[in-house]
Design a protein around this ligand. Structure first.
Ligand code: MEV
Length: 415
């Protein structure tokens, strides 16, 4: 019989009952069910049937704005944390990473349709800015009390496949919150007022993930000698130029950056989809998709790197506040506020990118990957303790990083 995905009343079952049901429906074994139920869900979503665990690795060697920091990454890819730590080490002789930001402003969008005189209506909205801001800020007195809240109103007239539209932007200082709840509540509350002013019909009222008023910048100088000499420095600049000139390469280049950025975002239970969307939209903001980093060569031949991207990260509210592991990660990183977190994240993104470019321009990415992959294979083959290192090392030396070889070596080791 083919499986039907229609299960009446599934949402009413407890997690254990849901998993019990899955045993019947997809033949889950007792062991598989146990795995799903091994951890309690740290936050609630609908229809929970288990918890997915991901390792947390801690990157070392980072100095950011003159202060040493540990950085926690939640990521399944083996070579990410070591690579970031290694790149951070190469920035240490030149003071590490330095950052700046535009402040934590988010944009809420209101889509206004059927406006007879869009330019005229646009000016009417701007002339009623104070009233709109007042109404928006009434929605979140706590944010306002701490110095945040809606601070500006902007309008745009855009051409779309279904005709021109008037788009109203509400700019909100979100302080230490990611801001989606605050902003969405505000734009929903302002919608009737916008309809009244414009005579149009408001449809969508939602935050924009192209958070280009919440830009974080980080820069660092990476040491020529630690990188491997001026040839490596020049090769890295050429590798970056490749990403600047080619969206196929830029996507992979930026993916490497997101290896760090999304991993720290996840470790703090922030919304990594929002961060990813913002980063890639920002990378395409000039009409073509390019790198989020830049590289130049200093007079001494060192490598000067920069990164700039939107980072809508929060340290209060949402899952970050509830998730006990996110709280531990914030403590390990000694996070002061959302901007502090974002500046760490941007620095790590730059380090991650540098590490990838250095590897790609010299030994290639597989050497490092294979070492760690070998360890994972050794573990899957049943190696424990010292065996892990021994099995992995032998496979790498032989150039045979494969499951069957891991099993053979383990057998040999155990006599
Ligand atoms: C792999 O996860 C990331 C890289 O592909 C990034 C890059 O190519 O720059 C190594």
């Amino acid at each position: 019989m083919t499986l039907s995905s229609r299960i009446s009343g599934f949402h009413k079952l407890s997690t254990e009952e849901k998993v019990e049901k899955l045993k019947e429906l997809v033949n889950l074994t007792d062991d598989e069910a146990k795995l799903l139920l091994a951890n309690d869900a740290p936050v609630q979503i609908e229809n929970i049937i288990g918890v997915m665990t991901v390792p947390i690795g801690m990157a070392t060697n980072f100095t950011i704005n003159g202060k040493d920091r540990f950085i926690t990454f939640a990521v399944e890819e083996a070579s990410v944390v070591a690579a970031a730590s290694n790149a951070a080490r190469m920035a240490r002789p030149h003071g590490g990473f330095f950052t700046s930001n535009t402040g934590p402003f988010m944009i809420g969008q209101i889509q206004v349709l059927d406006v007879q005189l869009p330019s005229f209506a646009s000016q009417e909205i701007l002339s009623k800015k104070e009233e709109i801001l007042k109404l928006a800020n009434e929605q979140d007195p706590i944010l306002v009390k701490f110095g945040g809240g809606a601070s500006d109103v902007e309008t745009r007239i855009i051409s779309t496949p279904t005709g021109d539209m008037l788009i109203v932007h509400l700019i909100v200082n979100c302080l230490d919150a990611m801001g989606a709840n605050a902003v969405n509540t505000m734009v929903e509350a302002c919608a009737p007022m916008i309809e009244k002013i414009t005579g149009g019909t408001v449809r969508l009222r939602i935050i924009s993930n192209l958070a280009d008023r919440r830009i974080i910048r980080a820069r660092a100088v990476f040491d020529k000698d630690l990188l491997g000499g001026i040839e490596v420095v020049e090769a890295i600049v050429e590798a970056w130029a490749f990403a600047e000139g080619d969206p196929y390469r830029a996507a992979t280049h930026n993916k490497g950056i997101m290896n760090a950025i999304s991993a720290i975002t996840l470790a703090t239970a922030n919304d990594w989809r929002a961060i990813e969307a913002g980063a890639h939209a920002y990378a395409a903001k000039d009409g073509y998709y390019h790198s989020l980093t830049t590289y130049e060569i200093t007079e001494e031949g060192n490598l000067a790197g920069t990164i700039e991207l939107p980072l809508a990260l929060g340290t209060i509210g949402g899952a970050t506040k509830i998730h006990p592991i996110a709280q531990v990660c914030l403590k390990i990183m000694e996070i002061q506020n959302a901007i502090d977190l974002a500046e760490i994240v941007a620095s790590a993104g730059l380090a991650q990118n540098l590490a990838a470019l250095r590897a790609l321009t010299s030994e290639g990415i597989q050497a490092g990957h294979m070492k760690l992959h070998a360890k994972n294979l050794a573990a899957s083959a049943g190696a424990v303790g010292e065996e892990l290192e021994l099995v992995a090392k032998k496979m790498v030396e032989e150039g045979k990083v494969r499951m069957d070889r891991a099993e053979e070596i383990l057998k040999e080791l155990r006599g």
